[in-house]
Ligand binder design. Structure first.
Ligand SMILES: Cc1cc2nc3c(=O)[nH]c(=O)nc-3n(C[C@H](O)[C@H](O)[C@H](O)COP(=O)(O)OP(=O)(O)OC[C@H]3O[C@@H](n4cnc5c(N)ncnc54)[C@H](O)[C@@H]3O)c2cc1C
Length: 471
C-alpha cells in the first residue's frame, strides 16, 4: 500500500519540516552550502558513519518507502519482469529522482552521499528499483547537471526530477568494455539545424520506463573518441525500443536496444561541448575549479567515462544494500529455525559465518562511503570508486550466495527473496566460488558487468598504482 504520507510530502519539504524548521527552504542547511555537507576543513576527523542530519533523515525516509511501498511489490515485479508504476511514482513523489538536482530545477538539492544512501536503502529491499534510481540520478541527472548548458538543464532536469525516467545509452553490440569503439553517428543535416543520429544501443537499463535518453554518438568518426558527443533525446524523437533481453536476473533491468533510427534532431537537443554553465549542488562547488580546467581537455566520450567513475560508487551502494538485505533475511530466519533442539543460528559455525559476512559488508560500506565523501570534497576518487565497486560487488555475491545456504532448502525457493538477491548480485560482481572453507574474497576472471566489469575495475586500479610507481 502506497503510504499517503510518503506520497504527499516530497523529500525536500519533509527534510525541512523534520528538521523542525519553519524557516524558508532557501535557509535550510541543504541550501546553505558546501560547509554543511562536505567537511574539507574539519579539525577532528570523524568516522565514516557520520552523516548530516539531512542524510540521516533521508535514510529513514527511503527505508520507510522501500519497506512500505517497494517491498510488498518486489516479488510480483520480479515475476512479471516489469516495474510497478506506483513504485516509480513513489520515487518521484519522494524526491528520489532528482536527489542532487538544484531546488530551482525541481530537485531535492541534496548531497551525493544522499544519493548513495538512497540507492543502498532501496537495494536492501529490491536491487532492481535501486538501480533504476541509481542510473537516473548518478548518470543521467549528473551528466546534465555537470556538463549541460543552462538551456539544456532547464529543458530536461525538472521533468527528470518530477515525472520522466531517464536512461544512459553508451553500450553498443560492439562497444562494451571498449566503450570508445561506439559506432552510432550523429551528422548535421544540410540546414545545419538538425542532427541525424544512426545507430543501435544495447543493455540499456531503464529503457522500458524511460522517456528521456542520453545517447552517446560520434559527430566526427575521423577524430576517434574525441568525436563522441552526448545527445539528450525524448522518446518521441525517434527512439525505438527493440528487443527485450532474457536475463539471468528476471528483474526489470530492461536491457533493450534503443535505436535512434534516422530522425532529425534539433541541434539544440545536443548537449554542447561548449557549455559554460555547469550547475552543481552545493557539495560539488568545492570541486569546481579543478573540474572546469579538466573539462576543457575532455571530449564527451571522456565525460562518459568520468561520469561512470561516479556511477560506480552508486553500484557499490547497490551491492552493499543487496548484501545487507540478504543478510537480514537469512540471519533473521536462522534465529527462528530450530534443528537438533536449538536455533540453527546458535551453531558456532553459523555464527562465525555471520560474523565474517558482517565484516565484509562493513568493509565494503566503508570503501563506498569513503569514495562518496572524496568525490564530494573534490579530491581524486577514481581509484577508490573502482575499489568500492569491485569489492562491494564481490562480497554481495558471496553474502547473497551464503544466505541461500544459511536458510537451507527454503532459501532456494522463490518464497524468500534470497535467490533474487543472488541473481541480482551476479550483475554487480563475480567472486570466486565458495570452496567449502567459508566465505572467500577475490574475483574470478569473468563476470562482473555493468559500469565496468570487475576486470576493468582491476585494470583501472592497476594503472593508477603503476602511475604512482613508474615515473
Ligand atoms: C544488467 C545490465 C545493465 C546495463 N545497463 C547499461 C546502461 O544503462 N547503459 C549502458 O550504456 N550500458 C549498460 N550495460 C552494459 C554494460 O556496461 C556492459 O555490458 C559492460 O560494459 C561490459 O561490456 P560487454 O557486455 O560488451 O562485455 P565485454 O566488453 O565483451 O567483456 C567480456 C569479458 O571480457 C573481459 N574484458 C574486456 N576487456 C577487457 C580488458 N581490457 N582486460 C581484461 N578483461 C577484459 C570483461 O571483463 C568480460 O569478462 C548494462 C549491462 C547489463 C548486463
Amino acid at each position: 500500500m502506497l503510504s499517503r504520507t510518503l506520497r504527499a510530502a516530497p523529500l525536500r519539504s519533509r527534510l525541512v519540516s523534520h528538521a523542525g524548521a519553519s524557516r524558508a527552504i532557501s535557509a535550510s542547511p541543504i541550501a546553505r552550502g558546501v560547509q554543511e555537507i562536505t567537511r574539507p576543513a574539519i579539525e577532528t576527523p570523524l568516522s565514516l558513519w557520520n552523516f548530516t542530519e539531512e542524510e540521516n533523515m533521508l535514510r529513514e525516509t527511503v527505508k520507510r518507502f522501500a519497506e512500505e511501498v517497494v517491498g510488498p511489490r518486489a516479488h510480483d515485479m520480479d515475476e512479471k519482469e516489469m516495474m510497478d508504476p506506483e513504485v516509480i511514482q513513489g520515487l518521484f513523489d519522494n524526491g528520489l529522482m532528482g536527489i542532487e538536482t538544484p531546488a530551482d530545477l525541481s530537485g531535492s538539492e541534496c548531497s551525493f552521499t544522499s544519493a548513495i544512501i538512497a540507492v543502498e536503502e532501496l537495494a536492501r529491499v529490491d536491487p532492481s528499483v535501486a538501480v533504476l534510481c541509481d542510473v537516473h540520478n548518478t548518470l543521467v541527472n549528473t551528466v546534465l547537471r555537470l556538463y549541460g548548458s543552462k538551456e539544456i538543464q532547464e529543458k530536461w532536469l525538472p521533468d527528470l526530477a518530477t515525472s520522466k525516467v531517464g536512461s544512459f545509452c553508451l553500450t553498443e553490440p560492439n562497444a562494451g568494455s571498449d566503450a570508445f569503439a561506439l559506432q552510432t553517428t550523429a551528422k548535421l543535416d544540410k540546414s545545419g539545424d538538425f542532427y541525424v543520429l544512426n545507430g543501435s544501443k544495447c543493455w540499456i537499463s531503464n529503457s522500458g520506463e524511460a522517456e528521456t535518453f542520453l545517447v552517446f554518438a560520434n559527430v566526427d568518426p575521423s577524430k576517434g573518441y574525441k568525436g563522441i558527443t552526448c545527445f539528450a533525446l525524448s522518446k518521441d524523437m525517434g527512439v525505438e525500443i527493440a528487443k527485450k533481453e532474457k536475463k539471468v536476473s528476471r528483474a526489470r533491468l530492461d536491457r533493450v536496444d534503443a535505436s535512434s533510427g534516422s530522425d532529425r534532431l534539433p541541434r539544440a537537443s545536443c548537449h554542447s561541448t561548449t557549455s559554460r554553465s555547469p550547475r552543481r549542488t552545493s557539495s560539488e562547488r568545492s570541486a569546481r575549479a579543478t573540474r572546469w580546467v579538466r573539462r576543457r581537455h575532455m571530449s564527451d566520450g571522456q565525460i562518459a567515462i568520468e561520469i561512470l567513475n561516479e556511477g560506480r560508487i552508486g553500484i557499490a551502494a547497490q551491492m552493499i544494500g543487496l548484501a545487507q538485505g540478504a543478510f537480514d533475511h537469512a540471519v533473521g530466519y536462522a534465529y527462528q529455525r530450530k534443528q537438533f533442539g536449538k536455533l540453527v543460528g546458535d551453531f558456532q559455525k553459523m555464527g562465525h559465518d555471520f560474523a565474517e559476512a558482517a565484516i565484509k559488508i562493513e568493509a565494503a560500506r566503508l570503501l563506498t562511503y569513503n569514495a562518496a565523501r572524496l568525490k564530494e570534497e573534490g579530491r581524486p576518487f577514481t581509484q577508490q570508486a573502482a575499489m568500492a565497486k569491485y569489492y562491494a560487488s564481490v562480497i554481495a555475491q558471496e553474502v547473497s550466495g551464503a544466505a541461500i545456504e544459511w536458510t537451507g532448502g527454503v532459501g532456494f525457493t522463490r518464497d524468500l527473496p534470497l535467490e533474487k538477491f543472488w541473481r541480482d548480485s551476479k550483475i554487480g560482481g563475480s567472486p570466486r566460488w565458495r570452496n567449502g572453507a567459508g566465505l572467500r574474497s577475490g574475483a574470478d576472471k569473468s563476470g562482473a558487468i555493468y559500469e565496468g566489469t570487475n576486470n576493468i575495475q582491476l585494470e583501472t586500479i592497476a594503472k593508477l598504482i603503476r602511475k604512482e610507481y613508474v615515473q
